[in-house]
Structure formats: C-alpha cells, structure tokens
Design a protein around this ligand. Structure first.
Ligand SMILES: [Zn+2]
Length: 325
C-alpha cells in the first residue's frame, strides 16, 4: 500500500483534503422583478424565483442566516427601451433595491450589482445597438455603463460587476468611479465570458433573451467569446486585470475549468466562477427525476471549481448547499 494509507480512515482523509468549499465562498444571484407581488418560480430553474422588491429582503435574511453573506442582483424592470433607461435612473429598480438591502442589513451583506443592459433593453442586447455593425456599439455602451456604475455606487453597492464584455469597460468604469469619489469600490469583472448555450434558463429568469428583428443580432457572439478559445480566454482576463479589475471571473464554470486553471496560474488576483443557469438546470432536472444524488453532485461540482483555482463561486445552488457545508 502506498497512497491508500491516507484514504483508509475518514478522519485522515479529512486531514489531507486539499480543497474545501466554504459558505464564505458563495455568492447567490437574485432576480428582482418590478411590480411582482411575492415570488414566482422560474420554469427552467426549479427552486429559483423572480422576487418582488419586498421579497428580496426576506431572501437576503434567509441567506444570511444560512451563512451566505454575498448576493449579486439582477433587475427585471417594467420599462424596457432601446438604451436601457431604467438602468440609468437613479431611482430605477436596482438602485432602489440596493438602497433597501443596505438600509436593512448594512455591512452584514455584500451587495454586488451586475452591470449590463440586456435586462433593460427592449432588444435584449448588452448595450446600445449600432445598426451599421449589426452589433453593440462599444464606445456608446461604455458611456452609459459609466453612468450605470455611478448610480449603483451612489445607491450603496459594495462591488460593481460589469458583465457585458465591452472592450475597455474596466478602465472606463474605474475612471468614472474614481472621478466621483468611489475609488474605494472594487470591480469584479466578468472578464472571461463565453457565448454559451448554458445561459438559456437565465434568459427566462431575467427576461433578457435577444429579440429578433431587422438590424438586431440574433446572438451575443459579436461581444461574448467563442467557446472554442482558451488562449483568448486567458488574454481577456489579463487585460481586465491590467485595466484595474479587482476580481476576475470565468463564466460559465463547468465546461471551462481548463480556462479557470490557466488564469489561476497567471494571476494573483481573486478569481470567481459563475456556475450558470444551464449548469444548475441540468443537475436540478436530473435530481428531480431521481437520476443522481443532488447534494453529492453539487458538492463535487463546487469542489471542482476550487480545485481548478477559483476563490469565489456564484451559484444558484447556494441556498440548497449552504446547510451541508
Ligand atoms: Zn448583458
């Protein structure tokens, strides 16, 4: 016997265990829907809900009791238009929600705001469209993103998380935040974000699927990354780090662990993964049919993120898994 000597007893296995998932690693995504009373389950994500503005406070309280101290907010406003006006309104849905949560829970909870426009635009894309390019206009979107970031910061967000994959977004947000006295506010960039089919259920949840129409691109492949590109994935994160990102991210997580590991080897910054809606739906769907053991599978998946080098895990499983950690 050689390596098995350390596997024979549970106590020894625990001692030599290399990676642990902790409650402190988890970030729970929350969907706030304007005008909704109570909560509404998302069909393709059993156990995950769109929530009204009052309901969000209850949910944060539940998460805190379980030991999950960080949330990332997604808003589903009633007003959707071509430039995402609700995101630029200092009394818009997300700004109001951040203020409410911070007023009630203060620094007990870390409130991260997703910064993008796809939930706020009527065309469902992550910024202002440029009909000539048949894509999102980079510089026009940077400008409104700066405005959105200031609104989040003024509302009391603890971390700003740009997710639209615009070139130069981190630098541009850093400049805007610094100029408005928010130089202390960290940016968690969705630095390496692939154009993945695993986002399917999220678009039901956030009501943000791109619509079809003339001069409207049918997908997000002109700004999110090609799923086949590992080297480019590393480059994206390194560029964001150089622009001043405080936390880097790979999204989705499970099918891109090679990229997580490669980025881990090249940066000393904290690295997050986003365990996305499709990854959640696959596991949840199979578990509901009794095809696999839900808690064991989730723990194995979350541990694989840590093993690959992730520090933070954004996951819809947060509430289910926290009690057994
Ligand atoms: Zn977006």
């Amino acid at each position: 016997m050689n390596l098995r000597r350390l596997r024979l007893k549970a106590g020894i296995r625990k001692l030599v265990r290399e990676n642990w998932v902790r409650k402190e690693d988890l970030i729970a995504p929350l969907f706030i829907k304007e005008g909704l009373e109570g909560r509404k389950e998302i069909g393709s994500m059993p156990g995950i809900f769109q929530m009204g503005e009052d309901e969000i406070l209850k949910e944060v309280e539940t998460l805190l009791k379980m030991g999950v101290g960080a949330v990332i907010l997604f808003g589903i406003p009633q007003l959707k238009d071509s430039v995402g006006s609700d995101a630029l309104n200092e009394d818009g849905l997300i700004a109001r929600s951040v203020r409410q949560i911070k007023k009630r829970f203060g620094d007990e909870v870390v409130v991260i705001t997703d910064l993008c426009f796809c939930e706020y635009t009527d065309h469902g894309h992550c910024g202002i469209l440029n009909p000539r390019l048949k894509s999102v206009d980079n510089s026009a979107t940077l400008k409104i993103s700066q405005k959105q970031a200031i609104i989040h910061a003024q509302a009391g967000a603890d971390i700003i998380a740009p997710s639209g994959m615009m070139d130069g977004i981190v630098k541009s947000l850093r400049e805007a935040l610094d100029a408005h006295g928010f130089d202390y506010l960290p940016i968690m960039s969705y630095s390496t974000k692939f154009a993945s089919a695993f986002y399917g259920p999220f678009r039901d949840a956030a009501e943000s699927a791109p619509v079809t129409g003339e001069a409207i691109p049918t997908d997000r492949k002109s700004y999110q990354m090609d799923i086949a590109n590992g080297r480019e994935g590393i480059l994206e994160s390194l560029i964001d780090e150089a622009e001043g990102a405080d936390i880097l991210m790979v999204k989705p997580a499970l099918a891109f662990l090679d990229v997580v590991k490669s980025i881990r080897e090249r940066t000393l910054k904290p690295l997050a993964v986003y365990n996305v809606s499709g990854e959640y739906a696959m596991v949840k769907g199979a578990a509901e049919r009794g095809w696999l053991n839900y808690h064991q599978i989730v723990l194995e998946i979350l541990t694989s993120f840590k093993r690959a080098g992730a520090d933070l895990i954004i996951t819809y499983h947060a509430k289910d898994i926290a009690p057994i950690l």
